[in-house]
Ligand binder design. Structure first.
Ligand code: AMP
Length: 193
């Protein structure tokens, strides 16, 4: 079983690359942002609670996202591997994920970190806001708040996985296909022959 974390700031291309990766490798895609947006669309209590944080560009409390991830892991015992997109975003989430995977006798195989400059992130997110229908992509102030949350709370997650030598940094600027091949190159090294 291969479990991958696709890491990077908002707008670094995690969603776009995840779609291509799950198609190629058949991983089970686990995006906490997508899961939260479905909870909101279904007007579930969890979604209503999460929305107030998401609308401000703030992280949703750890207990909410960890609970969601735990349910999806339990619901997919046959998965060949998971691709985590937008999770973990705090050290507490990383520790919780490690414990959940350990219970299932597996672990994170690779942590792929996409690197993109801040100017490029803001440009991409505002552009995405024209079509994504996401209220948190339209307003530059909320976009900046999301980047600040990333710098203050999420960047430490890379340090957490560095101690286990699982981190590989990938340049997240260039064509979608160039970035995709760099990611595949690293994943293929971890694939059983
Ligand atoms: P994303 O779709 O990954 O850009 O996430 C959109 C928003 O959902 C974020 O700005 C957070 O408010 C919330 N969110 C998504 N994933 C997480 C997470 N792992 N921890 C906390 N909040 C999250």
């Amino acid at each position: 079983m291969i479990n991958i974390i696709l890491f990077g700031p908002p707008g670094s291309g995690k969603g776009t690359q995840s779609e291509k990766l799950i198609e190629k490798y058949n991983f089970r895609h686990l995006s906490t942002g997508d899961l939260l947006r479905s909870e909101i669309a279904a007007k579930k209590p969890l979604g209503i609670e999460a929305k107030s944080f998401m609308d401000k560009g703030q992280l949703v409390p750890d207990s909410i996202v960890i609970g969601m991830i735990s349910s999806v892991l339990d619901a997919n015992p046959q998965a060949k591997g998971f691709l985590f997109d937008g999770f973990p975003r705090t050290k507490a989430q990383s520790q919780a994920l490690d414990a959940l995977l350990k219970d299932k006798h597996t672990e994170i195989s690779l942590f792929l970190a996409l690197e993109v400059s801040e100017d490029e992130l803001v440009k991409r997110l505002l552009n995405r806001g024209l079509t994504s229908g996401r209220s948190d992509d339209v307003n530059e102030e909320i976009i900046r708040a999301r980047i600040i949350e990333y710098e203050n709370k999420t960047m430490v997650v890379a340090d957490y996985y560095k101690q286990y030598n699982k981190v590989v940094t990938i340049k997240g600027e260039g064509s979608i296909n160039e970035i995709f091949s760099s990611l595949c190159h690293e994943i293929d090294k971890k694939m059983p022959l």
